[in-house]
Write a protein that binds this ligand. Structure first.
Ligand SMILES: Cc1ncc(COP(=O)(O)O)c(C=O)c1O
Length: 482
């Protein structure tokens, strides 16, 4: 390879050589592809406006949160300054983005890397015998290596690029499940799983006449470990589990569950969609056979994600989609396939997405991961205490280990009107079933509101959330309905 400095080039678009016909990166605004804080309509002024009655200090009964969980090690401001969208306004108020469980906002390093790729390095990969194809291939494979390192995987060859967690689960269900599941086999699925880790298993179970067996939850929203141990048997072929629940925040004992499943010879798929942005991940230590995540929940673009599989699990997978890139040779007599992981990547992949994912991982690794996790835990404790001061507010789930996801109900108000009310104050939370209907049903609910936090959220934003919810309670029933 002759382009060892490509990653540096993507990080510094002003280094791109200019041509007469193409606007050079040097002439582009620094966040060319996205509105900057300065160009977003009604972007927040440097001194954001605060609704008159929002307390600037936490509610009296809540002890204050230090601005850094470990002073000098991580401050949310060091992340916020990189994320242009966090400096815009919504409905005349500074944006408070508390919908990180749905998707995270992107640092300018990611936005600029994607823009620089299209400005300076765009080409299809693998198949072209020219410099640009080689450069794009090198970037794509650098992305694979970065993902492997980020997940603690032993080799880049254990990483397959996919659209996201949903596609990864479907890929495993189809490419592994179709040949390894049959009548009488069990797939164990905890009740807290996202629909994307339930429905693909229902589909393949129907096809192979296997069974999807729900693993019940405790009242706290933990996976009932006794029930899990009882449900495991020689029939169990697959156990799936989220490393963090998107609705209850629960962090189950995945390593222990995996070790137990392996005693029965079952494979384990871990859904890391909600975990990757909140805790250091080590797939080798977890012992998982498969690990899936979505880039867009990790500050990277939408439409790109990754699936890790052990070499042993990979050896048991059949192609699930056919096409270019995944073959070794094609004839009408006999087609042979490329080696893994390429066999699972039919067609042109999301190359710029991989570039964005690479930049997101680089960005995240710039922070001390342990300090980020500690900060988020402190922020969550603060938010839990602050939200408990809102009359009639109930947080769903009380697992001992959890991430900063708070799904809640507010007495007298339906979740949609709570979200609507908060939106008027510029606060984005999600309302609905959160693609986890069985988990909500466990609490007798069909819908709830959810505030989900990321490293760039602050205790001041928690205060704004709490103040707005208090105002809604004071305004009374029906106030949130527009
Ligand atoms: C736990 C969990 N799994 C899977 C998914 C699906 O992710 P995607 O829509 O990016 O494929 C989500 C998305 O919210 C999730 O929270």
């Amino acid at each position: 390879m002759t382009t060892p400095d490509l990653r540096a080039l993507l990080r510094a678009p002003e280094q791109v050589p200019t041509t007469a016909t193409m606007p050079s990166a040097a002439t582009m605004p620094s966040t060319a592809a996205a509105p900057t804080a300065a160009t977003v309509p009604s972007a927040a002024a440097e001194t954001p406006t605060t609704p008159a009655d929002v307390p600037t200090t936490p509610p009296a009964e809540v002890p204050g949160l230090p601005t850094t969980a470990q002073p000098g090690v991580f401050s949310p401001e060091s992340a916020r300054k990189d994320v242009p969208i966090l400096h815009r306004t919504v409905n005349g108020q500074p944006l408070v983005w508390l919908d990180n469980g749905a998707t995270t906002q992107k640092p300018r390093q990611v936005i600029e890397a994607v823009s620089a790729f299209y400005s300076a390095a765009n080409s299809n990969i693998h198949r072209g015998a020219h410099t640009m194809a080689r450069e794009a291939t090198e970037l794509y494979e650098a992305g694979r290596a970065a993902v492997a390192q980020f997940l603690g995987a032993p080799s880049p060859d254990t990483i397959m690029f996919v659209r996201g967690t949903t596609e990864a689960v479907n890929l495993v269900a189809q490419s592994w499940g179709r040949t390894h599941l049959g009548p009488g086999d069990d797939i164990l699925v905890p009740v807290l799983e996202h629909h994307s880790n339930i429905v693909p298993w229902q589909l393949i179970a129907e096809e192979t006449r296997a069974r999807v067996v729900p693993v019940p939850l405790t009242p706290e929203g933990e996976i009932d470990q006794d029930a899990y141990a009882d449900l495991l048997s020689a029939r169990t072929q697959m156990v799936v589990v989220s490393q963090a629940s998107n609705v209850l925040g629960t962090v189950p004992p995945v390593r222990e569950m995996t070790a137990l499943a392996h005693r029965y010879g079952a494979k384990v798929l871990v859904d890391g969609a909600q975990a990757v942005a909140h805790m250091p991940v080590d797939v080798t230590e977890l012992g998982a056979d498969f690990y899936a995540f979505s880039g867009h929940k990790l500050f990277a673009p939408t439409g790109i994600g990754a699936l890790y599989a052990t070499p042993g699990a990979m050896a048991e997978m059949r192609p699930w989609q056919g096409g270019g890139n995944m073959i070794d040779s094609v004839s009408f007599e006999r087609t042979t396939f490329a080696a893994m992981p390429h066999m699972m990547e039919a067609g042109t992949g999301h190359i710029s997405g991989v570039v964005g994912l690479l930049a997101a991982i680089d960005w995240l690794r710039g922070f001390d991961q342990g300090a980020v996790a500690a900060y988020e835990q402190a922020l969550m404790s603060y938010a839990m205490q602050a939200m408990a001061t809102v009359p009639g507010l109930e947080v769903i789930g009380s697992a001992a280990e959890r991430i900063a996801v708070m799904t809640f109900t507010l007495a007298g108000h339906d979740p949609a009107s709570v979200a609507d009310w908060l939106d008027r104050d510029g606060i984005a939370v999600r309302a609905g079933h959160h693609c986890a209907q069985p988990a909500l049903a466990h609490y007798g609910l069909e819908s709830a509101a959810r505030a989900s936090f990321a490293l760039y959220n602050t205790s001041g934003e928690v205060d704004q959330l709490v103040a707005s919810l208090r105002r809604l309670q004071q305004a009374g029933q029906g106030a949130g309905t527009s």
